[in-house]
Every structure is written in structure tokens, then in C-alpha cells.
Design a protein around this ligand. Structure first.
Ligand SMILES: Nc1ncnc2c1ncn2[C@@H]1O[C@H](COP(=O)(O)OP(=O)(O)OP(=O)(O)O)[C@@H](O)[C@H]1O
Length: 274
């Protein structure tokens, strides 16, 4: 797994006018689907290396559409998505890798957990000895090191999501895109996975873009919350979260946490009215 110091050796391409810290740039991005739905309207957003960004907003405001564009799975109708000064099409070249985690763990039920985690490595031709190391490392990172030989059906919902995250981490991404990964879990499990994810992010050189409907989750996890409004989808506010780096349970009940939740709640009410 790439550590902060490793990533600092990866040099971004020289690109006139591009801030070297900006990992992802959405520049006046528009998206109109073929059925005429105007999903995104002139979205301009800079995501810097090492940030933990949450996209927060009402249903239909284009959070998933924007995430898919970052992944290269959808293209803008107008405007550009730039990756570290380059084209999004060149994302998975050495030193620039992304991985995506969805709400559903999407594990192969017939394969052991370790083989599920190994899948993207097999698909990209990583030699077995190397993939063994990476799979073991990724399972340990999510606390599933004792469950590599298990089948997905033998795991709880939270453990299946951990396996899905391990599969993403095994590729050693420097950008992790997460689309409501814990939305289907009970609150206790979700809080636990949020805490683990936040710790993982703090220990690794990884930039995260995280879609959520939950104000609490967004405040707990993020360095910045991007608030979006719908019809058409657009960014209405960016709120930096200046909380402690180590976010324990005490942070969840601190005046600072509650203050951010109030601020975001007011912005979401405004988002629903405009
Ligand atoms: N493939 C598609 N074809 C047509 N319209 C689409 C498509 N995908 C999304 N949309 C529409 O684009 C708008 C934005 O959808 P998107 O899924 O990005 O929003 P979202 O904020 O992620 O919503 P949710 O929180 O409900 O998941 C919605 O009106 C949706 O119906």
C-alpha cells in the first residue's frame, strides 16, 4: 500500500495553469442525459490530494453522476474533468490509480473472500506472489485477515462491505471513490466502518470522494463537505470541516460537530428550496 511519502515521489505532469495539489478538477461540468434530464449544471470543483471530500445533497442532485465522471464511467456533456492536470482517460497509469466502492458489496458469492479481493489484481495481470502479499495486506487493513478463506455468505453485511473496501485497497489506489458504501447498514455498524475508514484515510496517502445522504457521516469523515442542490444538480456550498485529525466518539457529540451539522442542515434546507 502506498504511503504518503511514496506518493510524494509521483510527479504530476507539468500543466500550465494547473495547481499541482489539485488531484481532480471539474471545470464547468454539464451533464444532460439522453432522456433530457439535466443532471449537472456548471459544476466547478477542485479536489486536492489527500482531501476527504463528501458530496452531500438531496436525492437526484447528481452526486452519483459526478462520481461516475470522476471514475471515467460517464462523460460530461460540456466542460472537463481533469485528473492531475491530465485527461481522465489516462487515470489508471502508474502512479495514478482509482478504485470505486458501491453501496452493494458486489462480491462473487461462489468465491472465497481472498479471491474476491484478488480479482482486480488478476484482471490487471499482477503476478500471484505479489497479489498474495497485496490481498493479505488489504484484508488486514480492514480487519478481515482471519476471514480470507470464508465465503461472502458467511460474513455479516458490515464484513461484506469491508471485503469490498479491501478489494478496492488491494489495487493501491490514490483516489478512492465511494458511492454511499454504508447506506444499507445499521447505524452502529455504519459508525464503526466510518471510524475505520477515517483511520485508514489518515494512515494512507489516499484521496477519498464519498457520496452520502447523512449529514453526521459527512461531518465525521470529511475534510470538506460539498453541498449540492437538485434540478438541475449543482454545487451550492463547500464547507471545510476543521475537526481533529483523530476523530473519536467524543468528536461526534462535541459542540464543534453539532455546529457543523446545524450549518449543513440549514444549507440542505436552502438546497431544497432553490
Ligand atoms: N443513466 C441515466 N439516464 C437518465 N437519467 C439519469 C441517469 N442517471 C441518473 N439520471 C438522472 O439524473 C439525475 C441525477 O441522478 P444521480 O443518480 O446522479 O443523483 P444522486 O444525487 O446520486 O441521487 P441519489 O441520492 O438518489 O442516489 C436524477 O434526476 C436521475 O434520475
Amino acid at each position: 500500500m502506498m504511503k504518503r511519502e511514496d506518493l510524494s515521489t509521483v510527479t504530476p505532469p507539468a500543466a500550465a495553469g494547473i495547481d499541482e495539489d489539485v488531484l481532480l478538477l471539474a471545470n464547468q461540468v454539464e451533464k444532460t442525459y439522453p432522456n433530457g434530464t439535466h443532471a449537472l449544471d456548471r459544476v466547478r470543483l477542485k479536489i486536492r490530494r489527500g482531501e476527504f471530500i463528501s458530496l452531500l445533497g438531496p436525492s437526484g442532485c447528481g452526486k452519483s453522476t459526478l462520481l461516475k465522471m470522476y471514475a471515467g464511467l460517464e462523460s460530461p456533456s460540456a466542460g472537463q474533468i481533469r485528473w492531475w492536470g491530465g485527461s481522465i482517460a489516462t487515470v489508471n497509469t502508474p502512479g495514478r490509480t482509482l478504485a470505486m466502492v458501491f453501496q452493494d458489496a458486489t462480491l462473487m458469492p461462489w468465491a472465497r473472500v481472498e479471491d474476491n479481493v484478488r480479482l482486480p489484481l488478476d484482471l490487471s495481470g499482477v503476478p500471484r506472489a505479489d497479489s498474495d502479499v497485496r490481498v493479505g495486506e488489504a484484508l488486514a487493513l480492514v480487519g478481515l485477515d482471519k476471514f480470507g478463506k470464508s465465503y461472502p455468505r458467511e460474513l455479516s453485511g458490515g464484513m461484506q462491505m469491508r471485503a469490498s473496501i479491501a478489494r478496492a485497497l488491494a489495487t493501491r489506489p490514490n483516489l478512492l471513490l465511494m458511492d454511499e458504501p454504508f447506506g444499507a447498514l445499521d447505524e452502529f455498524t455504519r459508525n464503526k466502518l466510518d471510524a475505520d475508514l477515517r483511520r485508514l484515510w489518515a494512515e494512507r496517502d489516499i484521496t477519498v470522494v464519498f457520496v452520502t445522504h447523512s449529514i453526521y457521516e459527512a461531518v465525521y469523515l470529511s475534510t470538506k463537505v460539498v453541498v449540492m442542490a437538485a434540478r438541475p444538480g449543482r454545487v451550492i456550498a463547500e464547507v471545510p470541516i476543521d475537526g481533529p485529525t483523530e476523530r473519536d466518539e467524543a468528536f461526534r457529540v462535541s459542540p464543534q460537530f453539532i455546529g457543523y451539522c446545524q450549518q449543513l442542515s440549514e444549507l440542505l434546507v436552502a438546497a431544497n428550496q432553490c
